[in-house]
Structure formats: structure tokens, C-alpha cells
Write a protein that binds this ligand. Structure first.
Ligand code: PGA
Length: 256
């Protein structure tokens, strides 16, 4: 982390877990733990159905609400889709874009992800752009190329001003939900590489200010070490965010 230049953001990603009836207890527990001391920006990314109840439940707290996907289109005949305008109108602040589970299981391409990212920005929300390599790509020494391509195709054509509202999450696919975490050195190396790629596209000032999270089996036991790396500015947390106590412990690890 480097809080002088950029915001530390710790975001939970519930994925397809918990129920609307869990929102009340979860939010109450998290607000009790994280009500007074704010070490960093805390975000809970819930299934879209739970966004409005979560916003209501967290009202008065500084904990932000995000969701996990958005339509690439503005509005119209797109059955089952949810637009960025709908989310923003409801009060949602963050949208995860390009999560590897969506890339892999829902066929999301870099081009679709670029469109979604622009939808989120146009609606005044903050996209959390996920990038990361598979194990085969890492073993084949392609990790940096893959991540650079994901970044370039998502960010190309944006302005430096747009970039003030973009968060990047480095999530090695082999570390997601596997219990196998990248070492702090591995996380640092790639996050540093991501910052260098942003520098090349947008210049040093923008690169210095962009928040880069690490995601992939982050938990209360490994969070402090990962977050102590100079280019790791937060976390995107799946499994461990389902328990408000554990999620809070990770937020606490972001305390300098
Ligand atoms: P995990 O998921 O913490 O359960 O590994 C991280 C993510 O996919 O964002």
C-alpha cells in the first residue's frame, strides 16, 4: 500500500452465495465491527438482487455496495440483463468487471469487458477490472503478456480522468477459491507490472494514483503480508468475505 498517493480499497465478492434474508445480520455484524474506525474503503459486492436491501441496511455507514457484473448495453431488449444506469440509480458504487469466472464460464471476451467498463464509468460508478493469468499461462511464462493484453484491451482509449475512477484487481486464476495464494513477492511483482503498464498508457501521475488490488484466497492470515507490498493497494476477497468477522479482520490488516 502507499496511502500517500492512492486509496486502499478492500472489497468482498459474495459471488453466488448467501440469501436476501442474510443481508440484515451480515450488515449489522459488519457495521458493528467497522462502524467507527475506518482504515480503508470497504466495499461489499453482492448479487444484484441483494444490492438494494444491502444499501438500505448499510445506510449511515461508510461501507459501500457493489455488484459483480453489468450489461454491456445501455437499455432495451436484453432479457435478464441489468444496466449500469439501473445500478447507479439504485445507489450502487462499484461494479466488478471481467472476473475470471465470467471470462471462463460465461464467455466474456476482452472486447465485451471493455464495453462493460465504459458502461460503468459512464454511469458514474467505479469499475473493479479483474485481470489475471491461468496456471498454464504462468507455467508457460505468459502471465505478464496475458495480463498486459487484458489491461490494454480494457483500458485503451480511456482518458487519464477516466482512470481516476478505475480500480484494477490482479487475480491469478490459479489462486481463486483454491486456498493457494500468490506469495507476497508474486503479488507485488505483477501489481508492479500492472502499474508499469498503466504508466505506459496514461503516464506516471495516473499510474501512481491507481488502486491495484490483489485477489485469490486472501484471508485474515495472509492479508497483512500481501497488503504490506508497495504496489498492493487492497484486496478482492471471495470466500473470506462471506463471514463478516473474517472480512473485518482483512479490513483491519489494511491498517498501516
Ligand atoms: P477467493 O475469491 O478469495 O474465494 O479466492 C477471490 C475472487 O474471486 O475475487
Amino acid at each position: 500500500m502507499n496511502t500517500k498517493y492512492r486509496k486502499t480499497i478492500v472489497a468482498g465478492n459474495w459471488k453466488m452465495n448467501l440469501l436476501p434474508s442474510d443481508v440484515k445480520n451480515y450488515s449489522a455484524a459488519l457495521m458493528k465491527l467497522y462502524g467507527k474506525n475506518h482504515f480503508c474503503e470497504a466495499v461489499v459486492c453482492v448479487p444484484a438482487l441483494m444490492a438494494i436491501p444491502m444499501l438500505r441496511a448499510l445506510r449511515g455507514s461508510k461501507i459501500a455496495v457493489g455488484v459483480q457484473d453489468v450489461s454491456a448495453e445501455d437499455s432495451g431488449a436484453y432479457t435478464g440483463e441489468i444496466s449500469a444506469a439501473m445500478l447507479a440509480d439504485a445507489g450502487v458504487k462499484y461494479v466488478i468487471v471481467g472476473h475470471s469466472e465470467r471470462r471462463r464460464m460465461h464467455g466474456e471476451t476482452n472486447a465485451m469487458i471493455a464495453k462493460k467498463l465504459r458502461q460503468v464509468l459512464a454511469a458514474g460508478m467505479t469499475p473493479i477490472l479483474c485481470v489475471g493469468e491461468t496456471l498454464e499461462e504462468r507455467d508457460g511464462e505468459l502471465a505478464e503478456d496475458v495480463v498486459r493484453l487484458q489491461l490494454r484491451s480494457a483500458l485503451y482509449g480511456l482518458t487519464g480522468l477516466d482512470m481516476r475512477h478505475v480500480v484494477i484487481a490482479y487475480e491469478p486464476v490459479w489462486a481463486i477459491g483454491t486456498g493457494r495464494t500468490a506469495t507476497p513477492a508474486e503479488a507485488q511483482q505483477m501489481c508492479e507490472g500492472i502499474r508499469a503498464a498503466v504508466r505506459k498508457l496514461f503516464g506516471a501521475r495516473v499510474a501512481r494514483a491507481v488502486t491495484i488490488q490483489y485477489g485469490g484466497s486472501m484471508n485474515p492470515a495472509n492479508a497483512a503480508q500481501l497488503l504490506s507490498q508497495p504496489d498492493v493497494d487492497g484486496g478482492l476477497i471471495g470466500g473470506a468475505s462471506l463471514d463478516p468477522e473474517k472480512f473485518y479482520q482483512i479490513l483491519e490488516a489494511a491498517k498501516e
